[in-house]
Design a binder for this molecule. Structure first.
Ligand code: IPM
Ligand code: MG
Length: 359
């Protein structure tokens, strides 16, 4: 049985990191006879340049016809001045929403080899293993009405709508509780229910969902406190579940605890476990084309894809093992290198993982 993987390299460092991830995927594809067929497509600025829109119909069709999607990163200054609805990011958001990829899993795991790359003290982060479950297709990112309008007095006003339906909250809740069952059985739901009605409902519904999982402990935290706790005592968390915007912000903070956002993969899943896999970081225009980008987040996204959508846990573990091995060997891209250490390039890091897999 052949399975189709859509590869969307995207913009700036996207193609560089994706080349390494694809090379690694090809190795396990033949080693484990996975029968994966890879196909490339355009999204974001790359699509805008060719088709005039960030999410062309053909890309959407490719995405719908594939079993899983691997994405690099989209966006960058080249398209800063395009019309709002044509921004590269809209391509990514459109794909998430069209495919109903509501469940965004963002693990923040500290590799023991990188404990000193964290900006926090070693003892605060050693052994860190958090899973942020971010709602990805609702909330203020998608709520209508939205826009920028001019008032009668000539002043402009920008507005968005923060909206969650009960069913949207319920389904992300179930995902978080089920994931907690495979971990430490703790869920912390993050909201701003002291101020925002939409998150008062969020908290209520999370409580209801939680009653169906008596073996999982549910706690609640306001988002401002959660941000503080993440940098104060991050190991108190197991699974954190939150809405789209809070999840966007908290996952960047959590990522940095691990030393570099360049290490963190993510999965965006629909209700059947089909998904899109991408690094947590962006397109890093400042280092594009210089071989400085860390390909490990994208390579680890390949591992997540194998595990969560393709049910190939063994191949997934082999990739994770290979990444750990190259870190043991002391290989570091600039983002995770100690000061004074000679860093390897994107290419060298990718090649080292592929070599470790073959040995
Ligand atoms: C992310 C990114 C995106 C988001 C951008 C690129 C639209 O920051 O995946 O976290 O805000 O969701
Ligand atoms: Mg983000």
């Amino acid at each position: 049985m052949s399975r189709r993987i859509l590869v969307l390299p995207g913009d700036y460092i996207g193609p560089e990191i994706m080349a390494e991830a694809v090379a690694v995927l090809e190795v396990v594809n033949s080693q484990y006879q996975l029968g994966l067929e890879l196909e490339e497509g355009l999204l974001g600025g790359a699509a805008l340049d060719v088709h005039g829109v960030p999410l062309p119909e053909v890309t959407l069709q490719q995405a719908q016809a594939s079993d899983a999607i691997l994405l690099g990163a989209v966006g960058g200054p080249k398209w800063d001045n395009v019309e709002r609805h044509l921004r590269p990011e809209r391509g990514l958001l459109g794909l998430r929403s069209q495919l109903e990829l509501f469940g965004n899993l963002r693990p923040a795991i500290l590799y023991p080899q990188l404990a000193d790359a964290s900006s926090l003290k070693r003892e605060i982060v050693a052994g860190l293993d958090i899973l942020i479950v971010r709602e990805l297709t609702g909330g203020i990112y998608f709520g209508e009405p939205r826009g920028i309008r001019t008032l009668p007095n000539g002043e402009r006003e920008g507005f968005n709508t923060y909206l969650y339906s009960e069913s949207e909250i319920r389904r992300i809740g179930h995902l978080a509780f089920n994931l907690a069952r495979q971990r430490d059985h703790r869920v912390c739901s993050v909201d701003k229910s002291n101020v925002l009605e939409v998150t008062m409902l969020w908290r209520e519904v999370m409580e209801e969902v939680g009653r169906e999982y008596p073996d999982v402990t549910l706690s609640h935290m306001y988002v401002d406190n959660a941000a503080m706790q993440l940098v104060r005592a991050p190991k108190q968390f197991d699974v954190m579940v939150t809405g789209n915007m809070f999840g966007d912000i908290l996952s960047d903070a959590a990522a940095m605890l691990t030393g570099s956002i360049g290490m963190l993969p993510s999965a965006s899943l629909d209700k059947n476990g089909r998904g899109m896999y991408e690094p947590c970081h962006g397109s890093a225009p400042d280092i594009a084309g210089q071989g400085k980008a860390n390909p490990l987040a994208t390579i680890l996204s390949v591992a997540m894809m194998l595990r969560y959508t393709l049910n190939e846990a063994e191949a997934a573990a082999a990739i994770e093992q290979a990444v750990s091995q190259v870190l043991d060997q002391g290989l570091r891209t600039p983002d995770i290198a100690a000061s004074g250490q000679v860093a390897v390039s994107t290419r060298e890091m990718g090649a080292a993982v592929a070599t470790a897999l073959r040995s």
